[in-house]
Design a protein around this ligand. Sequence first.
Ligand code: NAD
Ligand code: MG
Length: 398
Amino acid sequence: MGFQTLTILGSTGSIGKSTLDVVARHPEKFKIFALTGNTQVDLLFEQCVLFKPTYALLVDPRAAQKLEQRLKQMGLKIDVLSGAKDLDLLASHGEVDTVMASIVGAAGLSSCLAAAKAGKRLLLANKEALVVGGHLFLSQVNSGNAKLLPIDSEHSAIFQSLPEDPSTWDQRIQKIILTASGGPFKARDPSTLHLVTPQEACRHPNWVMGQKISVDSATMMNKCLEVIEAHYLFGLDPKKIEVVIHPQSIVHSMVQYKDTSVVAQLGTPDMRVPIAYGLGWPDRIESGASQLDFQNTPPMTFEDFDSHQHRDRFPGLLLAWEVLNAQPGSTGVLNAANEIAVDAFLNQKIKFTQIHEVNRRTLDLFAPGPITSLDDLLILDSHARLVARSVVEDLSKL
Ligand code: NAD
Ligand code: MG
């Protein structure tokens, strides 16, 4: 077999860097076609020197100019692009086999759809793209004959625990159980959560990740987005999706079958495992992660979400079932509100607990219209952001 040619969207992020770590272990298997980032010149430059892609892209035009100059000085022939539009081009280019979608937020939606339409193997870390894209995303995967493989550790675990033939899933599965670490505040007194600082929220006990997903893990909005993601990926009724708190992050998620058997995937918490699975599928390739050492593993515990004041601590999680049962498009409204709220919290405009208030109020204030195209989704996303921003303004005046 020849090389698998890869575009990594968001190569300068946490998932992007882990992907390159796995790729570097298999020079005989993978070739990098394109690397992309938002603004980080130094890091993308280093990655270009090491992986020699055909294309590099930075969304920020001035950063792209700097990158181009530095690559020229090195005598490296890499075409440098800028602007968000060309992300679609690099995701759908005829020379590309596989696209790692690891941009954060709805900013990655258009390039995901471009990869889907072009029939790529699409490794999806960018959960927000599926939460916003919903059925349109899936219909483009189908019509493009793309292969969608989950990278989120929980969804990779479920995918690994399911039979190969998706047509059997609905009939055989009782439910799927997503595990959640509970993040840094799983034992914190809910009445003190308004005091949480961005720094505290970003300090996850088990994973080192980008800022946005770290805050989402602290509010458990990450699990909320993951319930929605699981609904679309596995075609399951929201009632068949459960969440259980498992602070050790060893069981990455589980499938319970009709006969009550539970099949799970276990491992050390290291994103290189699901990334290697996506890159190698259906084969297994070395990931670089350390092995699970059963002699020295902490006792594994599981807590019901409904106990231990978790409903007060993490009111956002339940929004998943609410928006899945509401009009199509509501998942996109929630995602837009949450992106605005997290950004406002990181910039200290609102309190940690007000993230949920922004999400709640935006959902109450904004009803989505019908969705038949990417443009409809982008308009919905930008309108919901406007509403969420005005809620942030109101809250920050208090
Ligand atoms: P990150 O912040 O570390 O990286 C984000 C990447 O996206 C960077 O390369 C950045 O340059 C790029 N980017 C940001 N804004 C952009 C824009 N407007 N246009 C184009 N590119 C832009 O984030 P991350 O932790 O790597 O997460 C990436 C995605 O993967 C998220 O959707 C997250 O939910 C998901 N994910 C991450 C982890 C993890 O362990 N980090 C686990 C599961 C899922
Ligand atoms: Mg996850």
